[in-house]
Ligand binder design. Structure first.
Ligand SMILES: *[C@@H]1O[C@H](CO)[C@@H](O)[C@H](O)[C@H]1NC(C)=O
Ligand SMILES: *[C@@H]1O[C@H](CO)[C@@H](O)[C@H](O)[C@H]1NC(C)=O
Ligand SMILES: *[C@@H]1O[C@H](CO)[C@@H](O)[C@H](O)[C@H]1NC(C)=O
Ligand SMILES: *[C@@H]1O[C@H](CO)[C@@H](O)[C@H](O)[C@H]1NC(C)=O
Ligand SMILES: *[C@@H]1O[C@H](CO)[C@@H](O)[C@H](O)[C@H]1NC(C)=O
Length: 462
């Protein structure tokens, strides 16, 4: 607006100039007045310092009256004046304040001008340290920070495992031909084969292995062959003239024949193999039954082994009964045997490889005795009833049974009583024959009593 009316100085611009002049004059007057007041205060201070040395808060007062912040706080000024009881001074201050408050609206608000704020005062003195705050609970754990920088490089590790072998290279070029060799010795003359064997005899234990070497000379080189002389060779391995027999058995024993053949002829040599065989015993375990008073021969104790095992017999309860025993390698015989001979009998076989034993059980039994025997011959009448008594004792008590030789007991007309008696009623001529009362014992033996039913000549026509 001011730029528009530049060419024509108006009444408004004249008024502005006048205002500035008035303002400057006002300000000058205030400054002078303030200076005067300041001077008076300093005089008062000096006066008060000399006159009132025991006034409290003297330090505070002194600090406060050092000028710079004097007008900033009117209350401090009032406080100072109160202590000094300088009422005249207070009046003066009030007058200044009144003057300032009257002037301020005029100076600052006229014609749109505003008062600029003054520069900030210097910072106040440092306050006392506050009391320590209350300690609170520990806070939540913070988030994981960003990873740190890489550490220094570690020391060199141990040497790693060896790698796989590389691929085989290609074959190189053929080298130059070598120098021709020296002249050879004159060749051998041709000869018939000759054979040497080692060892000539060999003894091995059953289960072991045997080997023979057959060395052959001759030109042309002869073919070598091993044969078992008396039987087919079994389990033999031939390599370069060597005969190897593994896990040998008794049947390997014998003679082996190494032969060599070429165009000029044939040669051979024999070796002997001996196999020691563990003794083995086979014996029926029984029980065997022998009749008291008889001569009893045990079933043979079959023994194998090489060298031929020695066979001995014994019984559990001690040595064999002296004087009543005959035995050779396989069989044991006990003469006139008695009840006391019932026992376990042991057949043992031993040779240099070891000893084995087998046992068998012998039971000596006594046959039942008949205490009542039927008559050797009876002549019953036709149509009559015939009674045939038979009774035997033994231990255990034998159970009597009747049989008719070459036929059946008369069906329906015969019965056996509990005491062993046989009863036949309504005898007919067909009942003629031999009847046996049998008393068994030890299941395998039996004793018999025999009777013959016959008819008298005269009766046969009845
Ligand atoms: C050994 O073997 C050869 C060739 O098979 C044979 O001619 C020879 O008679 C044998 N000798 C004996 C002792 O068996
Ligand atoms: C013993 O040998 C004989 C004759 O070779 C044979 O009859 C018998 O059964 C054998 N006994 C056993 C227990 O092998
Ligand atoms: C038993 O043998 C002996 C002698 O060998 C002989 O004298 C006797 O008669 C025999 N006894 C029987 C019951 O065979
Ligand atoms: C062994 O004894 C038995 C029975 O007495 C007889 O048959 C056999 O011939 C005897 N053997 C020898 C070798 O004496
Ligand atoms: C067997 O019993 C019958 C009938 O009880 C009798 O008649 C008979 O005499 C008895 N026999 C013997 C040998 O005791």
């Amino acid at each position: 607006m001011a730029s528009q009316k530049q060419s024509l100085p108006s009444f408004a611009s004249l008024l502005s100039v006048l205002s500035i002049v008035f303002y400057c004059a006002g300000f000058l007057r205030v400054e002078l007045e303030l200076n005067e007041q300041k001077k008076r205060i300093i005089d008062l201070e000096n006066n008060w310092e000399n006159k009132a040395p025991d006034v409290p808060n003297r330090d505070k007062l002194t600090t406060n009256t050092h000028g710079k912040s004097f007008l900033a706080s009117a209350e401090n000024l009032v406080y100072t004046v109160d202590i000094l009881s300088g009422f005249a001074y207070r009046e003066t201050i009030l007058k200044i304040n009144k003057l300032l408050s009257e002037l301020k609206p005029q100076l600052c608000q006229s014609n749109g001008h505003s008062c600029l704020p003054g520069p900030p005062g210097p910072p106040g003195p440092k306050g006392d340290k506050g009391s320590q705050g209350r300690r609170r609970n520990k806070g939540d754990q913070g988030i994981i920070g960003s990873p740190g920088m890489n550490g220094r490089q570690g020391i060199t590790g141990p040497v790693g495992p060896k790698g796989d072998a590389g691929l085989k290279g290609q074959k190189g070029d053929m080298g130059p031909a070598g120098m021709p060799g020296a002249k050879g010795e004159p060749g051998e003359s041709i000869s018939a084969p000759a054979v040497a064997v080692s060892p000539k005899t060999l003894t091995v234990n059953e289960g072991g292995s045997a080997s023979f070497q057959c060395s052959v000379s001759g030109n042309p080189k002869p073919a070598i062959k091993w044969i078992k002389t008396n039987r087919r060779s079994s389990g033999s391995v031939v390599s370069g003239g060597k005969l190897l027999l593994k896990n040998v058995r008794g049947s390997y024993s014998g003679t082996y024949n190494c032969s060599a053949v070429n165009i000029l002829g044939e040669a051979q040599a024999l070796v002997q193999l001996i196999v020691n065989v563990y003794p083995r015993v086979s014996l029926h375990p029984g029980p065997h039954h022998a009749i008291e008073g008889s001569n009893y021969t045990f079933p043979s104790c079959n023994v194998t082994g090489y060298p031929a095992p020695a066979v001995t017999w014994r019984k559990t309860s001690g040595p064999l009964p002296q004087g009543r025993v005959k035995y050779n390698n396989s069989a044991l015989q006990i003469l006139h045997i008695s009840k006391d001979d019932s026992d376990f009998y042991f057949c043992s076989a031993s040779n240099l490889l070891g000893r084995v034993e087998k046992k068998t059980f012998l039971v000596v039994v006594s046959p039942p005795r008949f205490i009542v025997k039927p008559s050797a011959k009876v002549f019953p009448g036709v149509g009559s009833t015939l009674t045939l008594d038979c009774k035997a004792t033994g231990d255990p008590q034998p159970v009597i049974s009747w049989k008719k030789q070459d036929g059946q007991l008369p069906a329906g007309r015969s019965r056996q009583l509990i005491n062993g008696t046989l009863v036949i009623r309504d005898i007919t001529m067909k009942d003629r024959g031999i009847y046996k009362c049998i008393a068994p014992y030890a299941k395998v033996f039996k004793t018999e009593a025999v009777t013959y039913i016959e008819f008298e000549k005269g009766n046969s026509f009845l």
